[in-house]
Design a protein around this ligand. Structure first.
Ligand SMILES: O=C(O)c1ccccc1NCC(=O)[C@H](O)[C@H](O)COP(=O)(O)O
Length: 220
């Protein structure tokens, strides 16, 4: 079963709607330059209103490790998504410090697929999961750009758990799943009516498209 992560949640209405419609994970963005930035205190308030089954993920870009753990603890996150230029050494150091949080926190390393990408890179990261996103000169993520899914398909054998991201839409996600067979699909901008604000119909259409490809559309 492919799981669904809805990223860039900034308000409780969108969070609860995403959970109700069937999201398996919610992403909170703690990169101050993102139009989807959320204060840790607000993320905590939203996180505690979500059903337990929904994974709370914090998205970070080149953040100081101590600050990452501060936010993990404050917002009671269950996963950290590193979406910047974090090195394998940074990931290893973050892992060592993870014992400070007193509970297991999933580490997701995002890699951007552009000209310089090679699946061999993946082996260098001690992460629980790898997220593949499109590279862009303009922004680290949330760009709505996609990349050649065949790269993701080939990279899958190097990965314990794969998140497929980058420009997925209700219309394209079915084909992406069929081609790549990822463990997760991750989506942000195609479901927005404005940056940081999700569109209810698009959310529903996305979840329905994922369930359809699995041949088990549910009533939502
Ligand atoms: O969404 C952002 O603004 C963002 C900014 C900086 C780093 C990461 C960011 N988003 C991370 C995500 O997980 C997005 O869901 C992923 O990049 C896919 O976005 P989209 O192509 O818009 O579906």
């Amino acid at each position: 079963m492919v799981r669904i992560k809805i990223c860039g949640i900034t308000n409780i209405d969108d969070a609860l709607a995403a959970a109700r419609i069937g999201a398996d994970a919610i992403g909170f963005n703690f990169y101050p330059k993102s139009p989807r930035y959320i204060e840790p205190e607000e993320a905590q308030r939203i996180a505690q209103a979500l059903p337990d089954r929904v994974l709370r993920v914090g998205v970070f870009v080149n953040e100081d490790i101590a600050r990452v753990w501060e936010i993990v603890s404050e917002a009671r996150l269950q996963a950290v998504q590193l979406h910047g230029d974090e090195t394998p050494e940074y990931c290893a150091a973050l892992r060592v410090n993870s014992s400070d949080s007193g509970r297991p926190v999933k580490l997701i390393k995002a890699l951007r697929v552009g000209d310089g990408f090679h699946p061999d890179q993946i082996a260098h990261y001690r992460a629980d999961a790898i997220l593949l996103d499109a590279a862009s000169p303009e922004a680290y993520g949330g760009t709505g750009r996609s990349f050649d899914w065949d790269v993701a398909r080939r990279a899958k054998r190097f990965v314990r758990e794969l998140f497929l991201a980058g420009g997925l839409t209700p219309a394209s996600v079915g084909r992406a799943i069929a081609q790549v067979q990822p463990d997760w699909v991750d989506v942000c901008s195609s479901l927005e009516s404005a940056p940081g604000k999700k569109d209810r119909q698009a959310l529903e259409a996305f979840v329905r498209a994922v369930r359809m490809v699995e041949g088990r559309e549910r009533l939502i």
